[in-house]
Design a protein around this ligand. Sequence first.
Ligand code: DAH
Length: 342
Amino acid sequence: MLEKLTQLREEIKRSLVNAVPESIEALRVRMLGKKGEITAVLKGLGQLEPEERRKMGVAANELRDWAQNAIDGAKAAAGATQQAQALSEETIDITLPGRRRGIGRLHPLTQVYGKLEELFISLGFDIVEGPHVETVYHNFDALCTPESHPSRDETDTFYFNDGLLLRCHTSPMQVRVMEKQKPPIRVVVPGKVFRRDDVDATHTPAFHQMEGLVIDKGIHFGDFKGMLELLAAHIFGPQTKIRLRPSFFPFTEPSAEVDITCYICGGKAQHEPCRVCKDSGWVELWGCGMVHPEVLRKSGIDPDIYSGYAFGLGVDRITSALYGISDPRFYFENDMQFLKQF
Ligand code: DAH
């Protein structure tokens, strides 16, 4: 029996040399677990003669205590070794050069929206956004656009059932703002608009506008012209001149188109060839006018007390003009070669 105990002690000593925590635990179970070898010796003591039992009991208990201590000690040492090794392997080499991350940038249309918003905020305008899915009422009827108007045709506008459509301009937000808010009103509305155009070098079925609306007592065309001059100078530079040409929109009276002096030839091209202004010296940029009294009335504002102006900026067009971009399809293609330039 004593020999058996000596064997077990030797086996434990051998097993603990260079052991890892997992094998030490396995050894503990094999020796000291419920069905372990040392446990079996202790259990077997009861069958021995009293004299033998006393002697063996002392030796077996001593072995058990020694084994417990040896295993605990080895486990702690092996754990510390493993941790030290892991730490040394995980050391960060701070002398390695870092990995450079590409710096993103804003889409050119977003940049121009930002530039426009910067000016309008400085002039005291609020920025509001409206729904892409609009009612036929807000998109057309409230803006005095008759049933017979070509823009209402199925071939021009995307219709849903139930009197809904994809807005073909940001102008319906004029109505929504006036329905909710009493004058003075000073808002701009950035956003996407949709028309049933096939994609080509001058058309995309979605594009970008910024609507503007100012309503107060005594607003007249002179106020408007001053604001347009500021706007043209802010976007295209202080040398830029504007020209207002009479036009027609069902929801403004009078209506006008805003032209600016050509940003390529500086308005000199009447005498030399210019592909952008086609030698006229002027580039057409956006529509505008004094809000029609009937539009004010339909939106709950008394046209005998209030007046105002409105404009619809073509943001794709302004961006193309600003950066000399020849084709609006570039805005939608996510081509990094293109986008990286701005
Ligand atoms: N909504 C017009 C369009 O998309 C542009 C426009 C013209 C807006 C005159 C206006 C305006 O606010 O007064 O063609």
